[in-house]
Design a protein around this ligand. Structure first.
Ligand SMILES: [Mn+2]
Length: 194
């Protein structure tokens, strides 16, 4: 919040922020996937901080189109026809990616691999789905390397396209589903490396 205010950072809203915002607005949301810990931490702060946080999340965009359209950033990624658009459908894609309404053996939503068929001109940088290593697929890259689950925090330097990763200091939250192994990644021949 301080970095955004100082003009040093851009921040996007993702599914967890959206859920926290709904909780702060007094709506009934399940305190799962770590939200209970956040709510507990917020209870130790002055009430004005929760209001400040709710207003901050309310002011965040669901995706950015940067560098004259060459770079798109969204929490769960974004298909090309939604770039620069705004609607309930676009917002839902930014928060959750593409799902088919089914659940996997861990009870988590089945996520469809939109990146596998992406053919847009813009590079799309996203997170949401923790992966063992950040890998380019059709000009898209997921940089969520599961820091919260004891993986690593990964950044993509732009426009250099250099990846920088810092190992997690600890496991902050036990994963519901094991992190995808490197062998689950698409074959290297299909990658588009910078
Ligand atoms: Mn997410």
């Amino acid at each position: 919040m301080a970095m955004v205010r100082a003009g040093d950072a851009l921040c996007l809203v993702g599914n967890h922020e959206d859920k926290l915002r709904r909780h702060l607005q007094g709506r009934a949301v399940k305190l799962t996937h770590g939200l209970a810990a956040t709510v507990e931490q917020l209870a130790r702060e002055p009430a004005s901080f929760a209001d400040e946080l709710a207003a901050f999340i309310d002011g965040l965009f669901h995706h950015y189109v940067l560098d004259d359209g060459r770079l798109v950033v969204a929490h769960a990624g974004l298909i090309e026809r939604y770039h620069g658009r705004s609607s309930g459908r676009v917002r839902a894609f930014c928060y959750y990616g593409e799902t088919n309404g089914e659940r996997d053996e861990y009870g988590l939503p089945v996520r469809l691999d939109w990146a596998a068929t992406y053919s847009g001109a813009a590079r799309v940088v996203y997170g949401h789905t923790p992966t063992a290593s950040a890998t380019w697929v059709n000009r898209t890259i997921c940089i969520d390397t599961g820091c919260v689950f004891g993986g690593a925090l990964t950044a993509l330097r732009y426009p250099e396209l250099e990846l920088v990763a810092v190992p997690a200091a600890r496991v902050y939250y036990e994963p519901t589903r094991p992190l995808a192994r490197a062998s689950d990644q698409p074959p290297a021949a299909e990658d588009e490396r910078p």
